[in-house]
Design a protein around this ligand. Structure first.
Ligand code: GDP
Length: 332
């Protein structure tokens, strides 16, 4: 592949080609993605981030396609990151569902859709998604939607990325209703009972709404009353109302310290991932090479001794490093 000279500038200029390439590098954990991400940072922080989550088959992809149509109709540009948790070995299982989404956007320069899989590098899926969101944000997309299956799958927590989490559910009763309630309590800012064209949707939405779910934010902020909506993604019904509810939540959290606290947490997660990557590069590879004999005899002991040696060297430093002041942290 030819060398990309300044991918960040191309991304900021809206290049789909360069944005796609950069996300591939992010997925693969390429160190060169980091330099571009640093260049992009001043262009980030403008997009409204929406998480769309829910069980498989709830109609998330269909709903995202409908959301894209609605948002485009409002003149807003949209980026979508579809998080694909399938391993490369079972890969592709979910891609068929995305056809409708792609159809909704074909030929529209205001829409950019990418699926992203767990990257090989140590940073993990959450870090890759966070970085990919930044790419679409820097491209100038007004809205970035992150679509992901299920609730709280391991390390990946959509609530730590999105400003607003939309939980997509389907009509149900009994145990499934109990499971829905648990899911809402855990994660949802806005609930949508999809497949509103099928029997039981109205009843389910009513029962859930009667619970009066609330989310509590940082101390001193008012709680948010979680709205429970009904929609039919297939028939494009209730989608404008969903967008209105998401916007209301965004305004609500923005009017307090709530949204700012979430954004700080997201930036902190990126900081930690970045530091982790860099430390691994700088400290681990040389250590592994130097300690060869010791490793063979006792890898755990060697690891502990190595960390203790690093920590004591660190403690000997008179002052804590201050970000941005010491050499090596300035932009290279
Ligand atoms: P995902 O796995 O959550 O992304 O779900 P999909 O978007 O792939 O939808 C799963 C199935 O539900 C598909 O067969 C869709 O056609 C269907 N579906 C999605 N939305 C609706 C809806 O509003 N009403 C009905 N009746 N079916 C829907």
């Amino acid at each position: 592949m030819e060398a990309v000279t300044d991918p960040a500038a191309h991304v900021v200029a809206g290049s789909v080609l360069h944005a796609g390439r950069l996300i591939t590098r992010i997925e693969n954990g390429h160190a060169e993605a980091r330099a571009a991400l640093r260049e992009l940072a001043p262009h980030c922080g403008k997009a409204q981030l929406i998480g769309v989550t829910g069980p498989p088959g709830a109609g998330k992809s269909t709903l995202v396609a409908a959301l894209i149509r609605e948002l485009r109709g409002q003149g807003r540009t949209v980026g979508v990151i579809a998080v694909d948790p399938s391993s490369p070995f079972s890969g592709g299982a979910l891609l068929g569902d995305r056809d409708r989404m792609l159809e909704a956007s074909s030929g529209d320069r205001g829409v950019f859709i990418r699926s992203i899989a767990s990257r090989g590098a140590s940073g993990g899926l959450a870090a890759a998604v966070n970085d990919a969101v930044d790419v679409l944000d820097a491209m100038g997309k007004d809205i970035v939607i992150v679509e992901t299956v299920g609730v709280g799958q391991g390390e990946f927590d959509i609530a730590k990325i999105a400003h607003t989490v939309v939980l997509v559910l389907v009509p149900g009763y009994g145990d499934s209703l109990q499971a829905m309630k648990a899911g809402i309590t855990e994660i949802a800012d806005v609930v949508v009972v999809n497949k509103g064209d099928t029997p039981g949707a109205e009843q389910t939405a009513k029962e859930l709404a009667a619970q009066g779910f609330e989310r509590t934010g940082p101390p001193g902020t008012k709680p948010w009353q979680v709205p429970v909506l009904r929609a039919s993604a297939l028939r494009d019904e209730g989608v404008a109302e969903l967008v209105a509810a998401v916007d209301e939540h965004y305004e609500f959290t923005g009017s307090t310290q709530w949204r700012a606290a979430g954004e700080r947490a997201r930036r902190h997660a990126q900081f930690v991932a970045f530091v982790g990557d860099r430390l691994r590069e700088e400290l681990l590879a040389p250590a592994g090479a130097a300690l060869d004999d010791e490793l063979l005899a006792d890898p755990y002991g060697a690891a502990e001794r190595y960390v203790q040696a690093l920590l004591s060297a660190h403690r000997r430093m008179a002052t804590r490093p201050r970000i941005g002041t010491e050499p090596g942290l300035e932009k290279s």
